[in-house]
Design a protein around this ligand. Structure first.
Ligand code: NAD
Length: 301
Protein backbone atom coordinates (compact mmCIF):
# COMPACT_ATOMS: atom_id res chain seq x y z
CA UNK A 1 0.00 0.00 0.00
CA UNK A 2 1.36 3.48 -0.83
CA UNK A 3 2.09 5.93 1.99
CA UNK A 4 -0.75 8.31 2.84
CA UNK A 5 -0.43 11.78 1.35
CA UNK A 6 0.87 14.56 3.59
CA UNK A 7 -1.42 17.39 4.66
CA UNK A 8 -1.71 20.27 2.17
CA UNK A 9 -2.82 23.78 3.16
CA UNK A 10 -4.93 25.89 0.81
CA UNK A 11 -5.79 29.58 1.26
CA UNK A 12 -8.32 31.31 -1.01
CA UNK A 13 -11.36 29.28 -2.08
CA UNK A 14 -12.68 31.37 -4.94
CA UNK A 15 -13.49 30.55 -8.56
CA UNK A 16 -10.13 28.78 -8.91
CA UNK A 17 -9.19 27.71 -5.38
CA UNK A 18 -12.43 25.92 -4.54
CA UNK A 19 -12.34 23.42 -7.44
CA UNK A 20 -8.58 22.93 -6.91
CA UNK A 21 -9.27 21.88 -3.31
CA UNK A 22 -11.91 19.48 -4.61
CA UNK A 23 -9.33 17.83 -6.86
CA UNK A 24 -6.79 17.51 -4.04
CA UNK A 25 -9.40 15.91 -1.79
CA UNK A 26 -10.45 13.52 -4.57
CA UNK A 27 -6.78 12.55 -5.04
CA UNK A 28 -6.60 11.57 -1.37
CA UNK A 29 -4.78 14.59 0.09
CA UNK A 30 -5.90 15.78 3.51
CA UNK A 31 -6.47 19.52 2.96
CA UNK A 32 -6.63 22.29 5.57
CA UNK A 33 -8.29 25.44 4.20
CA UNK A 34 -8.83 29.10 5.00
CA UNK A 35 -10.77 31.89 3.30
CA UNK A 36 -12.10 35.17 4.67
CA UNK A 37 -15.57 34.08 3.47
CA UNK A 38 -17.02 31.63 6.01
CA UNK A 39 -19.53 30.18 3.53
CA UNK A 40 -16.88 28.84 1.15
CA UNK A 41 -14.90 27.39 4.07
CA UNK A 42 -18.09 25.61 5.19
CA UNK A 43 -18.64 24.26 1.67
CA UNK A 44 -15.03 22.97 1.55
CA UNK A 45 -15.47 21.31 4.96
CA UNK A 46 -18.64 19.73 3.58
CA UNK A 47 -16.50 18.29 0.79
CA UNK A 48 -14.00 16.82 3.28
CA UNK A 49 -11.51 19.62 4.03
CA UNK A 50 -10.54 20.78 7.54
CA UNK A 51 -11.02 24.44 8.48
CA UNK A 52 -8.21 26.55 9.92
CA UNK A 53 -8.61 29.78 11.89
CA UNK A 54 -6.33 31.81 9.60
CA UNK A 55 -3.31 31.61 7.27
CA UNK A 56 -0.92 31.18 10.22
CA UNK A 57 -2.99 28.26 11.48
CA UNK A 58 -2.88 26.62 8.02
CA UNK A 59 0.92 27.03 8.08
CA UNK A 60 1.03 25.45 11.54
CA UNK A 61 -0.60 22.29 10.18
CA UNK A 62 0.81 21.73 6.67
CA UNK A 63 4.33 21.69 5.23
CA UNK A 64 3.04 22.69 1.78
CA UNK A 65 0.73 25.70 1.67
CA UNK A 66 -0.92 26.78 -1.61
CA UNK A 67 -2.75 30.06 -2.14
CA UNK A 68 -5.11 31.40 -4.83
CA UNK A 69 -5.89 35.02 -3.97
CA UNK A 70 -7.44 37.98 -5.81
CA UNK A 71 -4.87 40.78 -5.36
CA UNK A 72 -1.09 41.16 -4.93
CA UNK A 73 -1.80 42.77 -1.58
CA UNK A 74 -3.82 39.77 -0.36
CA UNK A 75 -0.95 37.47 -1.41
CA UNK A 76 1.60 39.57 0.51
CA UNK A 77 -0.56 39.71 3.63
CA UNK A 78 -1.27 35.99 3.53
CA UNK A 79 2.41 35.17 2.90
CA UNK A 80 3.34 37.30 5.92
CA UNK A 81 0.97 35.32 8.15
CA UNK A 82 2.04 32.01 6.61
CA UNK A 83 5.63 32.92 7.55
CA UNK A 84 4.64 32.72 11.21
CA UNK A 85 3.54 29.07 10.93
CA UNK A 86 5.87 26.50 12.46
CA UNK A 87 5.23 23.57 10.12
CA UNK A 88 5.25 25.19 6.69
CA UNK A 89 8.30 24.50 4.51
CA UNK A 90 6.97 25.71 1.13
CA UNK A 91 4.54 28.42 0.09
CA UNK A 92 3.20 28.09 -3.45
CA UNK A 93 1.33 31.15 -4.71
CA UNK A 94 -0.98 30.19 -7.58
CA UNK A 95 -2.23 33.79 -7.91
CA UNK A 96 -1.21 36.31 -10.57
CA UNK A 97 0.62 39.02 -8.61
CA UNK A 98 3.43 40.30 -10.88
CA UNK A 99 7.11 39.66 -10.36
CA UNK A 100 8.00 42.46 -7.85
CA UNK A 101 5.40 41.13 -5.39
CA UNK A 102 6.56 37.55 -5.95
CA UNK A 103 10.17 38.63 -5.31
CA UNK A 104 9.23 40.36 -2.04
CA UNK A 105 7.36 37.24 -0.90
CA UNK A 106 10.35 35.05 -1.79
CA UNK A 107 12.74 37.29 0.17
CA UNK A 108 10.57 37.61 3.28
CA UNK A 109 9.86 33.89 3.49
CA UNK A 110 13.47 32.91 2.70
CA UNK A 111 14.52 34.98 5.73
CA UNK A 112 12.41 32.60 7.83
CA UNK A 113 13.72 29.47 6.13
CA UNK A 114 10.57 28.94 4.04
CA UNK A 115 10.81 28.38 0.27
CA UNK A 116 8.44 30.35 -1.96
CA UNK A 117 7.40 29.28 -5.43
CA UNK A 118 5.35 31.57 -7.61
CA UNK A 119 3.17 29.35 -9.73
CA UNK A 120 0.48 31.29 -11.61
CA UNK A 121 -1.97 29.21 -13.60
CA UNK A 122 -3.91 29.41 -16.85
CA UNK A 123 -6.95 27.49 -18.02
CA UNK A 124 -9.82 29.08 -16.13
CA UNK A 125 -12.41 27.53 -13.86
CA UNK A 126 -12.88 24.62 -16.24
CA UNK A 127 -9.14 23.88 -16.11
CA UNK A 128 -9.26 24.02 -12.30
CA UNK A 129 -12.24 21.63 -12.22
CA UNK A 130 -10.72 19.18 -14.68
CA UNK A 131 -7.12 19.33 -13.44
CA UNK A 132 -5.87 20.59 -16.79
CA UNK A 133 -4.40 23.95 -15.74
CA UNK A 134 -1.20 25.21 -17.28
CA UNK A 135 0.99 25.84 -14.22
CA UNK A 136 4.14 27.91 -14.58
CA UNK A 137 6.49 27.86 -11.61
CA UNK A 138 9.64 29.69 -10.58
CA UNK A 139 11.78 29.51 -7.45
CA UNK A 140 14.15 26.93 -6.00
CA UNK A 141 14.13 23.90 -8.31
CA UNK A 142 14.38 21.33 -5.49
CA UNK A 143 11.26 22.80 -3.90
CA UNK A 144 9.46 22.73 -7.24
CA UNK A 145 10.29 19.04 -7.51
CA UNK A 146 9.09 18.47 -3.95
CA UNK A 147 5.65 19.93 -4.70
CA UNK A 148 5.34 18.62 -8.26
CA UNK A 149 3.17 15.61 -7.30
CA UNK A 150 0.66 18.01 -5.69
CA UNK A 151 0.75 20.35 -8.71
CA UNK A 152 0.18 17.40 -11.06
CA UNK A 153 -3.19 16.84 -9.42
CA UNK A 154 -4.15 20.34 -10.59
CA UNK A 155 -2.62 20.50 -14.04
CA UNK A 156 0.58 20.46 -16.06
CA UNK A 157 3.42 22.12 -14.14
CA UNK A 158 6.28 23.68 -16.11
CA UNK A 159 9.42 24.96 -14.41
CA UNK A 160 10.09 28.43 -15.87
CA UNK A 161 13.33 29.17 -13.98
CA UNK A 162 14.80 29.65 -10.55
CA UNK A 163 14.64 33.46 -10.57
CA UNK A 164 11.82 34.53 -8.24
CA UNK A 165 8.99 36.10 -10.24
CA UNK A 166 9.99 34.69 -13.64
CA UNK A 167 6.78 32.67 -13.81
CA UNK A 168 4.79 35.83 -13.05
CA UNK A 169 6.35 37.57 -16.04
CA UNK A 170 5.44 34.54 -18.19
CA UNK A 171 1.86 34.63 -16.92
CA UNK A 172 1.50 38.36 -17.59
CA UNK A 173 2.70 37.86 -21.19
CA UNK A 174 0.05 35.16 -21.60
CA UNK A 175 -2.71 37.25 -20.08
CA UNK A 176 -1.91 40.36 -22.10
CA UNK A 177 -2.35 38.21 -25.22
CA UNK A 178 -5.57 36.65 -23.87
CA UNK A 179 -6.89 40.13 -22.97
CA UNK A 180 -6.00 41.37 -26.45
CA UNK A 181 -7.65 38.47 -28.27
CA UNK A 182 -10.87 38.76 -26.28
CA UNK A 183 -11.14 42.55 -26.69
CA UNK A 184 -10.26 42.43 -30.38
CA UNK A 185 -12.66 39.54 -31.09
CA UNK A 186 -15.43 41.46 -29.29
CA UNK A 187 -14.83 44.56 -31.41
CA UNK A 188 -14.71 42.58 -34.67
CA UNK A 189 -17.80 40.53 -33.80
CA UNK A 190 -19.76 43.73 -33.14
CA UNK A 191 -18.65 45.06 -36.51
CA UNK A 192 -19.77 41.88 -38.31
CA UNK A 193 -23.16 41.78 -36.59
CA UNK A 194 -23.72 45.47 -37.34
CA UNK A 195 -23.03 44.64 -40.99
CA UNK A 196 -25.70 41.92 -40.87
CA UNK A 197 -23.70 38.72 -40.24
CA UNK A 198 -25.03 35.94 -38.00
CA UNK A 199 -22.83 35.81 -34.85
CA UNK A 200 -22.93 32.01 -34.52
CA UNK A 201 -21.93 31.62 -38.17
CA UNK A 202 -19.15 34.16 -37.65
CA UNK A 203 -17.72 32.14 -34.74
CA UNK A 204 -17.92 28.89 -36.76
CA UNK A 205 -16.05 30.51 -39.64
CA UNK A 206 -13.42 32.15 -37.39
CA UNK A 207 -12.78 28.81 -35.71
CA UNK A 208 -12.05 27.24 -39.08
CA UNK A 209 -9.95 30.23 -40.17
CA UNK A 210 -6.82 32.19 -39.32
CA UNK A 211 -8.65 34.69 -37.05
CA UNK A 212 -9.66 32.01 -34.54
CA UNK A 213 -8.23 32.25 -31.01
CA UNK A 214 -9.09 30.93 -27.57
CA UNK A 215 -11.59 33.82 -27.42
CA UNK A 216 -13.55 32.51 -30.42
CA UNK A 217 -13.04 28.82 -29.65
CA UNK A 218 -14.00 28.87 -25.98
CA UNK A 219 -15.03 32.21 -24.47
CA UNK A 220 -17.55 33.30 -27.11
CA UNK A 221 -19.35 29.94 -27.46
CA UNK A 222 -19.40 29.43 -23.71
CA UNK A 223 -20.33 32.84 -22.31
CA UNK A 224 -21.04 35.49 -25.00
CA UNK A 225 -23.20 33.86 -27.70
CA UNK A 226 -25.49 32.27 -25.04
CA UNK A 227 -25.50 35.66 -23.21
CA UNK A 228 -24.62 34.02 -19.88
CA UNK A 229 -21.46 36.07 -19.15
CA UNK A 230 -20.42 33.49 -16.58
CA UNK A 231 -16.98 32.36 -17.75
CA UNK A 232 -15.64 32.74 -14.18
CA UNK A 233 -12.96 35.46 -14.39
CA UNK A 234 -13.84 38.89 -13.01
CA UNK A 235 -13.21 42.07 -15.01
CA UNK A 236 -11.29 43.43 -11.97
CA UNK A 237 -8.83 40.51 -12.25
CA UNK A 238 -8.29 41.05 -15.99
CA UNK A 239 -7.65 44.75 -15.34
CA UNK A 240 -5.22 43.80 -12.53
CA UNK A 241 -3.26 41.59 -14.92
CA UNK A 242 -3.13 44.17 -17.73
CA UNK A 243 -1.97 46.85 -15.25
CA UNK A 244 0.70 44.49 -13.88
CA UNK A 245 1.90 43.78 -17.43
CA UNK A 246 2.14 47.50 -18.22
CA UNK A 247 4.03 48.24 -14.99
CA UNK A 248 6.56 45.55 -15.75
CA UNK A 249 6.89 46.42 -19.46
CA UNK A 250 7.33 50.15 -18.71
CA UNK A 251 9.99 49.35 -16.12
CA UNK A 252 11.83 47.43 -18.84
CA UNK A 253 11.50 50.34 -21.33
CA UNK A 254 10.03 48.14 -24.09
CA UNK A 255 7.31 49.23 -26.59
CA UNK A 256 3.81 49.19 -25.07
CA UNK A 257 1.58 50.91 -27.66
CA UNK A 258 -0.72 47.93 -28.21
CA UNK A 259 -0.80 47.03 -24.52
CA UNK A 260 -1.77 50.62 -23.66
CA UNK A 261 -4.66 50.56 -26.13
CA UNK A 262 -5.82 47.21 -24.74
CA UNK A 263 -5.52 48.57 -21.19
CA UNK A 264 -7.78 51.50 -22.09
CA UNK A 265 -10.42 49.09 -23.37
CA UNK A 266 -10.29 47.07 -20.15
CA UNK A 267 -10.30 50.14 -17.87
CA UNK A 268 -13.40 51.32 -19.77
CA UNK A 269 -15.05 47.90 -19.26
CA UNK A 270 -14.27 48.12 -15.54
CA UNK A 271 -15.88 51.58 -15.33
CA UNK A 272 -18.96 50.58 -17.36
CA UNK A 273 -19.61 47.01 -16.22
CA UNK A 274 -18.15 46.96 -12.69
CA UNK A 275 -15.36 45.06 -10.93
CA UNK A 276 -17.38 41.90 -10.35
CA UNK A 277 -18.69 41.59 -13.91
CA UNK A 278 -17.40 38.61 -15.85
CA UNK A 279 -14.58 39.62 -18.22
CA UNK A 280 -16.60 38.42 -21.22
CA UNK A 281 -18.67 41.60 -20.55
CA UNK A 282 -15.94 43.47 -22.45
CA UNK A 283 -18.30 43.24 -25.45
CA UNK A 284 -21.23 45.03 -23.77
CA UNK A 285 -20.03 48.68 -24.09
CA UNK A 286 -19.10 47.94 -27.72
CA UNK A 287 -22.55 46.52 -28.40
CA UNK A 288 -24.15 49.59 -26.80
CA UNK A 289 -22.03 51.95 -28.90
CA UNK A 290 -22.91 50.06 -32.10
CA UNK A 291 -26.58 49.42 -31.24
CA UNK A 292 -26.35 45.63 -31.72
CA UNK A 293 -26.38 42.49 -29.56
CA UNK A 294 -24.08 39.57 -30.38
CA UNK A 295 -26.67 36.93 -29.56
CA UNK A 296 -26.12 33.38 -30.79
CA UNK A 297 -28.91 31.66 -28.86
CA UNK A 298 -30.89 30.79 -31.98
CA UNK A 299 -28.09 28.46 -32.98
CA UNK A 300 -27.29 27.00 -29.52
CA UNK A 301 -28.10 23.28 -29.20
P1 NAD B 1 -11.77 34.94 -6.59
O1 NAD B 1 -11.96 36.37 -6.28
O2 NAD B 1 -12.92 34.13 -7.14
O3 NAD B 1 -11.21 34.14 -5.31
C1 NAD B 1 -10.32 34.68 -4.38
C2 NAD B 1 -10.66 34.10 -3.00
O4 NAD B 1 -9.70 34.60 -2.05
C3 NAD B 1 -12.04 34.50 -2.49
O5 NAD B 1 -12.73 33.34 -2.06
C4 NAD B 1 -11.75 35.47 -1.35
O6 NAD B 1 -12.73 35.42 -0.33
C5 NAD B 1 -10.42 34.94 -0.87
N1 NAD B 1 -9.60 35.92 -0.13
C6 NAD B 1 -9.40 37.23 -0.41
N2 NAD B 1 -8.55 37.77 0.48
C7 NAD B 1 -8.21 36.77 1.34
C8 NAD B 1 -7.35 36.69 2.49
N3 NAD B 1 -6.68 37.76 2.91
N4 NAD B 1 -7.24 35.50 3.13
C9 NAD B 1 -7.93 34.41 2.69
N5 NAD B 1 -8.75 34.42 1.62
C10 NAD B 1 -8.88 35.59 0.96
O7 NAD B 1 -10.53 34.89 -7.60
P2 NAD B 1 -10.19 33.72 -8.66
O8 NAD B 1 -10.93 34.01 -9.93
O9 NAD B 1 -10.31 32.40 -8.00
O10 NAD B 1 -8.63 34.07 -8.93
C11 NAD B 1 -7.63 33.81 -7.96
C12 NAD B 1 -6.27 34.11 -8.60
O11 NAD B 1 -6.10 33.26 -9.75
C13 NAD B 1 -6.12 35.54 -9.12
O12 NAD B 1 -4.79 35.96 -8.94
C14 NAD B 1 -6.45 35.42 -10.59
O13 NAD B 1 -5.84 36.44 -11.35
C15 NAD B 1 -5.87 34.06 -10.90
N6 NAD B 1 -6.48 33.35 -12.03
C16 NAD B 1 -7.84 33.30 -12.17
C17 NAD B 1 -8.40 32.61 -13.25
C18 NAD B 1 -9.89 32.52 -13.47
O14 NAD B 1 -10.30 32.08 -14.56
N7 NAD B 1 -10.73 32.88 -12.51
C19 NAD B 1 -7.56 31.99 -14.18
C20 NAD B 1 -6.18 32.04 -13.99
C21 NAD B 1 -5.66 32.74 -12.91
Amino acid sequence: MSAPHAEVGFIGLGHMGFPMVGRLLAAGYPVTVFDTRAEVVAAAVGAGARAAAGPGDVAGRAATVLASLPTPRASEEVAESVGAGDRVARFVDLSTVGSPTAQRIHERLAARGIAALDCPVSGGVQGAEQGTLAMMASGPRADFEAVEPVLRVLGRPVFVGDAAGAAQTMKLVNNLLAATALAATAEAMVMGVRAGLDPAVMIDVLNASSGGTHASRDKFPRAVLPRTFDYGFATALMVKDVRLYLEEARALGVPVEIAEEIARRWEHTLAEEGADSDFTSVIKPLEAAAGVIVDGRDRQP
